[in-house]
Design a protein around this ligand. Structure first.
Ligand SMILES: [Zn+2]
Length: 370
């Protein structure tokens, strides 16, 4: 009995000691801001640069800008007015709205946006009605011609994220970029002298294992492209882009988001070398290029006649200014985690004036007046 009591006593002491250690541990791991660092999640990591180095605020782009990649961010006059105000504040002279629409939907947008003179330019989408029935093509071409008469100055954004178009939630692969059913449409674009914006694949991080080794885990998990759902590989989609460029040399193509080749820009460089009908926009890829500024600067220098500015982001003065800081300044080691989600530090590319002028406006004018 005595022994049993003393054993119970030892157990109690041990329990109290464990509780005491846990409390001490809890307070030690709590930071002064009240965070428990041992359980800090990557998604909550918000480093603040500690370096005392130059910070440049670029309020307005150095040269007038055409934003080559936006969508229908406003459907009311007051919202369009806000968009124009942000454009004016930051030096954006025109926004190209990739509506992806045809038919009555496109006409509604024409009515809405044509009131704002030349601040906006609408591009339409292809009409996929009956794409799975024999004889698809001529009607879609007619609709394309009608949209152009209504004011469409290009086509886009045509989305081939892995399963093709039209978008579907099934595992079925539908039309891929080089599908013969699309030939007649691409050729008509050449005939009408209008460019086509293609979104091909996603960046390589999204195909890698979603685990602790994934360099871009924060976005990779969110935008993961799953072959288990029928999506084609990154490499296959790029091969199909190449087939498309080869098949339609007279059609001008703009690969959205640097053709999603940020992890290996040499693939895009190779396409630029082989296919003069290819251009690319840098929209929505600032977070991916700013961590490797020297390499990207050289790449943009080399292909300075082929790359255009774009945002693909709901209009926002802060967003415009961050893109200008990345393109124009030599600032180092800064974070825009809220904007791009990556935890990587960013660096300015410090592009030359000549390259900036081309990327901001001249190349866009060249494409739109080919
Ligand atoms: Zn887009």
């Amino acid at each position: 009995m005595k022994n049993l009591l003393s054993e119970t006593g030892i157990k109690e002491v041990n329990i109290f000691r464990s509780i005491f250690v846990a409390i001490v541990y809890f307070f030690i791991t709590m930071t002064s801001s009240g965070q428990d660092v041992n359980n800090l999640k990557l998604k909550d990591f918000r480093p603040v640069s500690i370096y005392n180095i130059p910070v440049t605020n670029v309020a307005k782009a150095k040269y007038p800008v055409i934003d080559m990649h936006t969508h229908v961010y406003a459907m009311k006059d007051e919202d369009i007015a806000k968009w124009i105000k942000a454009m004016d504040a930051c030096g954006i002279e025109k926004s190209i709205v990739l509506t992806q629409a045809s038919g009555a939907g496109f006409d509604t947008l024409v009515k809405m946006y044509s009131r704002y003179g030349n601040r906006f330019e609408l591009w339409c989408g292809f009409d996929y009605t009956g794409y799975d029935k024999p004889g698809y093509g001529p009607e879609a071409v007619k609709e394309l011609e009608r949209c152009v008469k209504k004011g469409a100055k290009g086509v886009g954004e045509v989305m081939f994220k892995g399963k093709g178009i039209p978008p579907s939630s099934s595992n079925k692969v539908i039309m891929l970029p080089d599908d013969p059913r699309l030939d007649i449409l691409y050729e008509k674009c050449a005939g009408l002298g209008i460019p086509v914006n293609l979104h091909i694949s996603e960046d390589k991080w999204m195909y890698e294992k979603i685990d602790s080794t994934n360099d871009g885990l924060m976005n990779a998990a969110k935008w993961h492209v799953g072959s288990e759902y029928g999506a084609k590989s990154h490499e296959e989609m790029l091969d199909r882009l190449e087939n498309t460029l080869k098949k339609h040399p007279k059609t001008t193509f703009i690969a959205a988001h640097l053709a999603n080749c940020c992890a290996d820009l040499s693939v895009l460089g190779d396409f630029f070398d082989k296919y003069p009908n290819l251009f690319a926009d840098i929209s929505a890829r600032y977070g991916e290029i700013a961590p490797i500024p020297k390499f990207v600067r050289e790449f943009i220098e080399k292909y300075q006649d082929r790359i255009v500015y774009g945002t693909d982001n709901f209009f926002n003065e802060k967003f415009y200014r961050v893109t200008f800081r990345i393109l124009e300044t030599a600032d180092e080691h800064f974070y825009e985690t809220e904007m791009f989600a990556y935890h990587w530090p960013l660096y300015g590319l410090y592009l030359t004036d000549n390259v900036l002028k081309k990327m901001y406006r001249d190349n866009a004018n060249k494409i739109r007046n080919r």
